[in-house]
Design a protein around this ligand. Structure first.
Ligand code: ASP
Length: 342
């Protein structure tokens, strides 16, 4: 036995109405493979003695680059047909934090959030100011068309027809259902898993944000979260993901948390911080605190979704109050474990 902490990384790719019947075997395999690859990359950072902060930043960067998830490339569309991306990162060692919201041209919003954290003067930058800050600190900007994918565009058009805002994978299921009858086949350039056939449509029950939490070999924790928000959201709408305390929080003394779900409810419940606060002030375990926030407190205001959390002793909790949550966990020297359903 050794006294050094058992380094671990956990990730999520959104929670919602994800049932076995709703995912094809092929789609399921794609999600598992994507989650495993990201976990393996985070594991390498930690095994090399890298910081939890570096591990979560790298994991979320990779999730942003994967079009299966609603963050970075593959982000959902706003009501104006644009993409507005939000991201945050927090270091449990120092409580340093950085976040950006409503960015349209930052290829990897988590890298912009990280630049904000490193610079240290401010915590949250919005819109053009965030883009200017990112560019000035060497973070790549892209043409907004970079974020376009046919699958998300189809979701958006369907959401507009329905005249409502959809939480990521709800839009995917709507597209798939309509697609059964009339829509063209999934374009060859789009992964089949971005369409999830035969799912019930429930705008409150499917979310696609990404996030990571980690504990490094030095005993420090960190968290990062990134999202495109919700399909057909009003321009300027900001959810919980870039808000420290709501969708992201990290403190070595308690835990690191990344959330996914109905952002407005997670903001109102200050969900991520509430997990840490329950550990600090009620003296409960990570598992008990995370469970209480997701299973008791959020449902009081109809908050749907889940979160991932890790503490400085290597405990991990991944509760969700929806049918499924794309998630995975990897400890150093062990094979990554990924799951989708309950
Ligand atoms: N929490 C995100 C938001 O409200 C959505 C999600 O988790 O998919 O922007």
């Amino acid at each position: 036995m050794t006294n050094s902490p058992q380094a671990v990384i956990a990730i999520h790719g959104g929670a919602g109405t994800i049932t076995r019947a709703s995912l094809t075997a092929d789609a399921e395999a794609r999600y598992h493979a994507a989650l495993r690859d990201v976990l393996a990359a985070g594991q390498r950072v930690l095994a090399d003695g890298g910081s939890a902060l570096d591990a979560v930043t790298e994991a979320v960067r990779l999730l942003e680059d994967c079009p299966l998830f609603n963050a970075g490339r593959g982000a959902v569309y706003t009501a104006a047909g644009t993409h507005e991306l939000d991201a945050s990162v927090m270091d449990g060692r120092t409580l340093a934090a950085g976040a950006v919201c409503c960015v349209k041209r930052v290829r990897n919003p988590v890298l912009a959030a990280r630049a904000v954290l490193e610079h240290g003067e401010h915590v949250l930058f919005a819109a053009e100011g965030a883009e200017a800050f990112a560019a000035a600190h060497g973070v790549a900007l892209v043409d907004p068309a970079y974020f376009d994918t046919d699958a998300r565009h189809e979701q958006w058009q369907l959401a507009r027809d329905e005249q409502r805002a959809l939480l990521d994978h709800d839009g995917a299921s709507l597209a798939a259902q309509r697609g059964d009858a009339s829509a063209p086949a999934t374009p060859a350039t789009e992964p089949a898993a971005t369409r999830l056939p035969h799912e019930p449509i429930d705008p409150n029950r499917k979310f696609g944000t990404v996030g990571a939490v980690a504990l490094d070999l030095h005993g420090h924790v960190a968290a990062a979260t990134s999202t495109g928000g919700i399909t057909n959201k009003r321009p300027g709408r900001v959810g919980d993901s870039p808000l420290i305390g709501a969708g992201c929080y990290a403190d070595d003394a308690t835990c690191a948390v990344s959330a996914t779900g109905s952002g407005e409810m997670f903001i109102r419940m200050v969900a991520a911080y509430d997990v840490a606060a329950q550990i600090a002030w009620r003296g409960v375990s990570l598992e008990a605190a995370a469970h209480d926030v997701v299973m008791n407190r959020l449902p009081r205001i109809d908050g749907r979704g889940g979160l991932i959390a890790v503490d400085a002793r290597g405990n991990v909790a991944l509760p969700f109050n929806t049918e499924g949550m794309y998630r995975g966990i990897a400890r150093i020297g062990e094979a990554p474990v990924t799951s989708i359903y309950r």
